[in-house]
Ligand binder design. Sequence first.
Ligand SMILES: Nc1ncnc2c1ncn2[C@@H]1O[C@H](COP(=O)(O)OP(=O)(O)OP(=O)(O)O)[C@@H](O)[C@H]1O
Length: 287
Amino acid sequence: MAEEQECSHSCGSCGVEGCGERTAPSKYTTNAASNVKHVIGVVSGKGGVGKSLVTSLLASELRKKGFNVGILDADVTGPSIPKTFGVTDKLHADETGIYPALTDSGIKVMSVNLMLPKGDMPVAWRGPVVSGIIKQFWDETNWGDVDYMLIDMPPGTSDVFLTVFQMLPVDGIVTVSAPQELVAMIVGKAVNLAHDLDVPVVGLVENMAYFKCDECGKEHHIFGEPQGAAVAEKYGIPAVATLPIDPKFAALCDEGKVEEYDVAGALDDIIAHVEAAKREEAEEKAE
Ligand SMILES: Nc1ncnc2c1ncn2[C@@H]1O[C@H](COP(=O)(O)OP(=O)(O)OP(=O)(O)O)[C@@H](O)[C@H]1O
C-alpha cells in the first residue's frame, strides 16, 4: 500500500527497476445516474494563462453545437468556473447523488465554490483532501447524460494532476499556453507527463497571442511572437488555436457571462479533433 501511494505512475520518468510491472490502482467509476461519454482535461503548466477561460469557452462552444456538457472544476483551491458563468446556486442532493449546478445554457458544473458558504472563503487543503473532493465530484455526482466532460485542472503537475489522470478516464488533453518561451517550456513538461500517463494531447490553445488595435486594425504581439504552432509541432499536437488579448474576456468573466462571447470559429479545429476522438472511441467500443 505504501509503495502504491508513493508511486507516481509516471513510468517514463520513474527509473525504478521492475516498478512498471506493478498493478496500477483501478479508476473511479461514475454512479448509476451518470453516463459520461468523453472526458477532456484542460491543463496548463503555469497559472494565470487562461486555462479556466479556455475550459469555459470550449464548454460553451460544445453546448452551442447541441451537446450535453459538464465541467468538473478540479482547480479545487482556486476555483473560478462558477464565477465565469455567473452560477451562484448552492448544490443539492438526493439518494441518486449530488446535482451539478446549471449555467444559463445548461452546462453542468461541479465546483468547490458551490459548496462554500461564501465565494471568497479560502480553501487551503492538503493533497489527499483535494483528491478526495475530486473523487466525490466524479462518483457521487448525478451527472445524467454528458457527451463531453471538461476538467479544469489546477496549474502545474501537482498530485491533483496525477489523481485526475490516473483515476479518471481522461480521453484527451487540451493544453493552454501564453506566448512566452518559459511558458512553452512548462507546457512541454505537462505534455511529456501526459504522454507518460498515456493520454493524447488533442489541442494547444495559445491564449493572449496578440492584441488587435481598434484604430489601425493591426495585430500586436504584446507578449512576444506566438509560438503555438512551433510548440505543437515539437510535441506532435494535432490542433492549434490562438486567442487574442481581449478586454471583453475579462469583462464577461467578471459579469459571469462567458457564454455570450463569440470566439468567431477560433476553437473549431480543436473541437473537430475532440469530436473525432469521441467518434473513434465510440466505434472502438462498438466493435
Ligand atoms: N485572452 C485574454 N484576454 C483578456 N483577459 C484574459 C484573457 N485570458 C484570460 N484573461 C483573464 O485573465 C484572468 C486569468 O484567467 P484564467 O482564470 O482563465 O486563468 P487560469 O490559467 O485558469 O488561472 P489559474 O492558474 O489561477 O487557474 C481572468 O481574469 C481572465 O478573464
